[in-house]
Every structure is written in structure tokens, then in C-alpha cells.
Ligand binder design. Structure first.
Ligand SMILES: [Zn+2]
Length: 279
């Protein structure tokens, strides 16, 4: 929240990690010790929203003061660690993701005129995303060209959206960013059997598919609350964007783009929403 190194963007002051107060500079990679840190909390809310603070910090021979009204940013709900949302990603401890996906016959492959999608109908896929104690069953996955997500201001070549639902109706979308590189065997299976007819669900005998093969090895992620990206764009969807992109070949991108040149919803303003990034 201070530009300590005068490079035009904001640095973060923290006393996380069981250490003395520190400054994380810009990209969080550099750490500098600071001499003292004074925080005066404003307001009575114990939650992230509505709790402001005045923070004074001395570093590099200067004293900086930052007033936060608790409306434009937020304060961590725990006293330690302490951090402010900057309207940008903040690295924090997020629960690990576990994908319990398995191989199954390729069924319900559909070209709905906007994308290629694999549907899983009742009783369900038996494929789960597990976050802590919560289990979300895979209900369908589909693709966009280019990606609907912008990371540091840029879209990727494509994105796969894996949509999950808990028994209480909570929806979690996982976005896997796709970039031009090596051919992707799982994508190839889908493209090879892409239905020519719109809105016709194809079962593909003799072909097994495992959605786990669409995932990167590293499961670090960004997360934010958003909405479905296709009409009616229902709100309350938790989005998880895996940070590590997965390769698809230039030919695979072009094959999809020929059918669906631009099947994306424009990016939406954050409107105070916090994007969190796992370590
Ligand atoms: Zn989508």
C-alpha cells in the first residue's frame, strides 16, 4: 500500500510469517525489513469489509502514512497476518485443491453453437473437486477462444472451464488457461469427435476420456467470486483460475477458432471484489 521503491506501483507491508514487520516489494518476491509499524484500527467490524485502519511505517529512512477507510480496500479478518486488498491479487494461504477425476467413456459431447461441451447428466460424473471438506461434482466442461480471463492484462489463446456443483447448489468453475505449444491428446479426442450438428449430444463408443488430463501439474490458483459467463450470467459462482497454463497446439486452437472465432463474455469490472492468489 506504499510505493516504497518509487517504481510507480504499490508495495505491501506485512508482519506475516512469524517474522518482524516486512515490506513485500511490488511483485512480492523481494522482502525488506522495516523499522517499525503502527496500525490504528478504525471501526468496529471484525470482518474484512468495513474495517479501516491508519498504518504508519518507517522504511528506507522515511515515514509513510496510509489511511484506509475500510471501504475501498479491506483488512484481513485476523489481526495477524495483516494485509490490505489492493484491487489486485494478494498471495495468501488458500486451501489446496484436490481433483478426484477419472477416466470414463466419452458421452454427451455437444456442439451447442457457441462451444464444444461435455455434459454429465444424473446421477453425475463421479468426478469431484475437493476443497477442504467440500465436494463439488463435475457437471460439464467446455472451451472458449480466446480465454475469458485476463491475467496481468492479457488473455490466453483459449481456456477450458470445468463446472462443478455441490449438493447444496453451490457452483465452482475451474478455468484452465490454454496456450499454444504441444498438441494436447485430450483436446484432440474431443476435436476428433466434435459433432457437426448443433445441439446434438454425441456418445462416442470406444473412446474414454479423463478430464484430469486437462489439468496442469501445479494447482496454484487465483480465486474470486463471479458469475456464469454465458447468459443468464447467474451470480454467486466461485471461480478458480489455475495459474499454470496447459499446452494445446496451434492447429488445435485454429480448428476450434474456425467454428467459434470469439465465444467470450467481456471482462467485468472488479467492483471491489478481491482476487486472491494462493502461494
Ligand atoms: Zn465458460
Amino acid at each position: 500500500m506504499f510505493d516504497l521503491d518509487n517504481d510507480g506501483d504499490l508495495d505491501i507491508v506485512t508482519n506475516d510469517f512469524n517474522s518482524a514487520p516486512q515490506v513485500l516489494v511490488s511483485d512480492l518476491a523481494q522482502v525488506r525489513n522495516i523499522h517499525w509499524l503502527k496500525v490504528v484500527l478504525i471501526g468496529t467490524h471484525s470482518n474484512r469489509n468495513g474495517l479501516g485502519a491508519t498504518v504508519r511505517v518507517q522504511a528506507a529512512g522515511q515515514t509513510y502514512t496510509k489511511y484506509n477507510d475500510g471501504k475501498s480496500g479491506y483488512l484481513s479478518q485476523s489481526v495477524l497476518p495483516l494485509y490490505f486488498g489492493l484491487g489486485d491479487a494478494t498471495k495468501i494461504d488458500l486451501p489446496a485443491l484436490r481433483f478426484e477425476y477419472h477416466s470414463a467413456p466419452l458421452e454427451h459431447l455437444i456442439n451447442n453453437g457457441k462451444t464444444i461441451r461435455v455434459n454429465y447428466h444424473a446421477p453425475g460424473s463421479g468426478d469431484y473437486l475437493v476443497i477442504g471438506d467440500a465436494r463439488y461434482q463435475l457437471t460439464q466442461f467446455h472451451f472458449h477462444h480466446p480465454s475469458e480471463e485476463y491475467v496481468h492484462g492479457k488473455p490466453y489463446d483459449m481456456v477450458a472451464h470445468l463446472m462443478h456443483e455441490a449438493t447444496d447448489g453451490t457452483v465452482v468453475g475451474v478455468a484452465v488457461l490454454l496456450k499454444a505449444g504441444a498438441a494436447n491428446p485430450t483436446v484432440q479426442q474431443l476435436w476428433d469427435h466434435m459433432p457437426a450438428n448443433v445441439d446434438y449430444e454425441n456418445d462416442v463408443p470406444g473412446v474414454d476420456i479423463n478430464p484430469a488430463n486437462l489439468l496442469p501439474q501445479s494447482l496454484s490458483y487465483y480465486t474470486y467470486m463471479g458469475s456464469g459467463t454465458a447468459p443468464p450470467c447467474v451470480e454467486g459462482v466461485k471461480w478458480i483460475v489455475l495459474e499454470t497454463p496447459v499446452d494445446v497446439s496451434r492447429e488445435q486452437i485454429e480448428a476450434f477458432a474456425k467454428l467459434f472465432p470469439h465465444d467470450v463474455r467481456p471482462t467485468q469490472p472488479l467492483n471491489g471484489r478481491i482476487v486472491e492468489e494462493s502461494r
